[in-house]
Structure formats: C-alpha cells, structure tokens
Design a protein around this ligand. Structure first.
Ligand code: ATP
Ligand code: MG
Length: 425
C-alpha cells in the first residue's frame, strides 16, 4: 500500500475546535484595531525576492538562511513572504498611498514562511497578526501602536505579559554605534562563534542578542548604544517612555534588544510570555525610517508590530473569551416514520432543521436512537436534542431535551425555537 501523505515538515493542519480560538482571536484583532482606525490589507503570499533582500536586509538571518525562494516557470525569482512589513510598504508605494491623507493605518492577518528548524512554537508556515502605521510622526506613532497592541492583548485576557523596549537609534546613531561595537569586539574576534564573526562584518548589532552564555559574557563590557545616540534619537526614546508611563503601561527597557530585521530604527520592542519556554516572544515590532525610501519612496516614518498567532493561541489565558468556541449544533431526531415523511418533495425533518437555522439555531439531523443518541449529543457537545415524532407533527410542537439538565419539554414550535435560540448568543 502506498504511504499516506503528511503535511510538509514544519507545517501543520489547524483543526476544530482550535480553529474557533483562532477565529475568535482574529475577530478581537479586527475589532480593536478598528477602534484605532486601522483597516485590513491583504498582500500576495509571494513577492519578488529582491523586495526582501532589499527591505529586510541581506545580512539578516531571514534573508541569509530562512527564505523559501524559487524560480517560477518564467524564471522570476520569487520568495514566499517571511514577514509582511516589506510587502505592506511595497503596496503603500505601488498604490500611491503616500498621496492619501497621512498617516495610513493598516493591519494584516495571514501566513508567513521561514525555513527554520521546526520545534515547539517554531514552524515553517506560521501566522502573524500585524499592523503598520505609515507616514506618521515619530514618538507619537510608536505610542499609538503600543497602546493598540496592549489593548488587544488585554482584551484577549492577558494580564502578565512583559513589554521589552529599547531604541536602536536613528541611522546616524546606529552608524556610530556599529563602529564602537566593532572596535570593542575586534580584539575578541577569535572567541566569537562563527555566526558572530560573520556578523562582525555585516551586522554587529545582531551579536548583542546572542543566545550563547560565553558570548554574553564577552559583551558585558561592550559600549552601550545609549552613548552613541544622537540628541534627537535620545529625545525620541524619552518621549515614548514617558507617554507609556502616563498610560500606565508596564515595560522594561532592555538595552540588548536589537531585533533581527535591518529596517528598524529608534524604538524596537518585543512582548514575551513566561508560559512559552524557549520560543517566548509573542510579538516583535519597531519603527522603520529608512524602509520606504529603500523601496523607492521618499523618507517616511513607519512603525508596526507582528504578533506570532501560533504562539499567541498557545498561551491564551484559560479564561480568555476567545477560548470559548462557538456553540455546537443541536441534534434533531425524527422518531418513528417521521424520518421518511415527505411533503412537496422535501423530507419534513429537513424542513424543520432548515427552519431552526433560519431562526438562528445551529442544527443538524441525527439518525441515532435511544441511548446512542444521548451519547452522541455528549460527544458532539450538542446543547440540546429536538425530538420530532408523529404527535409533534400533528400538534405543531417540538420536544426539546436540554442535554446538561436532562429536562425535556414539549413546546409549541415557536416557543421551542425561542428556547433553543438561547444556546446561541
Ligand atoms: P524569534 O526570535 O522567535 O525567531 P523573530 O524575531 O524571528 O522571532 P519576528 O520576525 O519579529 O520574529 O516575528 C514576530 C513574531 O512572529 C515573533 O515574535 C514570533 O511570535 C512569531 N514567529 C517568528 N518566527 C516564527 C516561526 N518560525 N514560527 C512561529 N512563530 C514565529
Ligand atoms: Mg526568528
């Protein structure tokens, strides 16, 4: 016998009932982001490879190791999107959104692809919920997206997430800091890992978030980015922090936080959950001043975040409303010969079930009888069983059995429907 197929390595099927939590999380995102004036954008799953090499940066892990890049039959180099900020900025320019009233507020929800070693919380196809505020004003924009992010997570029931925040400075601060860090690390070159030695030439800031203990020790005496900040970048960061304080958001300044994408400038942040183990980041984000320009536009301030939806759903608080799946359909059971009865070419039960749906009651017919019917109702999570026998048909009634309380009542059709409706808020 042929082998059965499996989902490709690093991908997975999202199945019910978990998909209900995903849909609920997305519904909360749409509602909360709407409160801030954000509207949805859907960009293609694949883009020209160059959009990412230019936008995300050739020296990043994403571009260096993690992209799904292929040539199509027309020999174009395409890449499954590993992130969505560069595509959103591409669309912003392509559709002349820079000529709309600024700033432009956009959000997206969808799959991203990175060729990584699959493990808990790390997949090759994963999903992000993200937002971008493009064309706004520095610190004010940063604060807006952080407030929105925290409100969203709060509405999902999260109480104890940590916001880690830092500044990587503007382009001038970064340039100065790069040199200071390189000067410090060059004499230590031989003690660095191969990856970090490579980064010393390409992207020394990335060495700061090394996971290796030995390297972290080498970095203890490294110069702080703070000392390379231009006055403007310092002011920007202080404005963000004091606004967050004014709104009583709890955060932690994390001088080592640099984030993996080249386009970030000034404010960068991450949200971590203690419940996730090694892959503990739920969300990453930050400001990007050079990205739109890099993609051919004029200098434009942008800031955004991307939440890892897979990890978010994994750690949803037990009491989160999003965990409460949609109610399951009631079971409609025709008794005796009713199951075969036909009127105007339609089975009588089919019409009754459809009438319930019309009234907003989720319903499916079941052919099970007696004890098997009750077992089935419990297994499926049906809140009620509706019996339709000869008597019910003649009287225009329905017998409704509440599965939880086991009470059964025969009611006129209209009252029965109203009773069932209560299971479907
Ligand atoms: P990590 O340090 O965990 O690799 P990252 O810095 O590469 O994260 P970002 O590019 O900032 O991640 O993406 C934002 C969020 O997307 C992350 O905080 C995480 O929740 C999620 N994410 C990133 N890569 C994956 C993946 N391979 N599988 C599942 N979720 C992911
Ligand atoms: Mg990563």
């Amino acid at each position: 016998m042929a082998n059965r197929f499996q989902a490709p390595k690093g991908t997975r099927d999202l199945l019910p009932p978990e998909t209900a939590a995903w849909a609920a999380v997305e519904a909360v995102a749409r509602r909360v982001f709407g409160l801030y004036g954000y509207r949805e954008i859907r960009t293609p799953i694949f883009e020209d490879t160059e959009l990412f090499t230019r936008g995300v940066g050739a020296a990043t892990d994403i571009v260096g190791k993690e992209m799904y890049t292929f040539a199509d039959k027309g020999e174009r180099s395409l890449t499954l999107r590993p992130e969505n900020t560069a595509p959103v900025c591409r669309a912003f320019l392509e559709h002349g959104m820079d000529r709309l009233p600024q700033p432009v507020r956009l959000f997206y929800i969808g799959p991203q692809f990175r060729y990584e070693r699959p493990q808990k919380g790390r997949y090759r196809q994963f999903h992000q919920i993200g937002a971008e505020l493009v064309g706004g004003k520095g610190a004010e924009s940063d604060v807006e997206v952080l407030l929105m992010l925290v409100r969203f997570l709060g509405e999902l029931g999260f109480r104890d997430l940590r916001i880690l925040i830092n500044t990587v400075g503007d382009a001038a601060s970064r340039r100065a800091y790069r040199e200071a860090l390189r000067t410090y690390l060059l004499p230590l070159r031989e003690e660095l890992s191969e990856d970090s030695r490579r980064r010393l030439d390409t992207n020394p800031l990335r060495i700061l978030d090394t996971k290796s203990r030995e390297e972290q020790e080498l970095l203890v005496g490294a110069p702080r980015l703070e000392s390379s900040l231009t006055p403007e970048a310092g002011t920007h960061f202080r404005q963000v922090l004091s606004a967050l304080e004014a709104f009583r958001l709890s955060f932690q300044v994390e001088p080592r936080l640099v984030r993996g994408l080249d386009y970030y400038t000034n404010t960068v942040f991450e949200i971590v959950s203690e419940d996730l183990g090694a892959q503990n980041a739920i969300c990453g984000g930050g400001a990007y001043e050079g990205l739109i320009e890099e993609l051919g536009g004029s200098p434009t301030y942008g800031v955004g975040f991307a939440i890892g939806e897979d990890r978010l759903v994994e750690v949803l608080p037990a009491d989160s409303l999003a965990r409460r799946g949609a109610p399951r359909p009631v079971l409609v059971a025709p008794m005796g010969a009713v199951g075969e009865q036909v009127e105007s070419g339609v089975r009588v039960v089919t019409r009754i079930v459809e009438d319930l749906r019309e009234a907003g009651v989720a319903a499916i017919e079941s052919g099970a009888r007696g004890g098997r019917l009750f077992e089935l109702a419990e297994k499926l999570g049906a809140p009620a069983i509706v019996f339709v026998g000869e008597d019910e048909l003649v009287e225009g009634t329905l017998s409704v059995r509440n599965v939880a309380t086991r009470e059964q009542e025969k009611l006129p059709k209209r009252d029965a429907t109203a009773r069932l409706r209560q299971f479907f808020p």
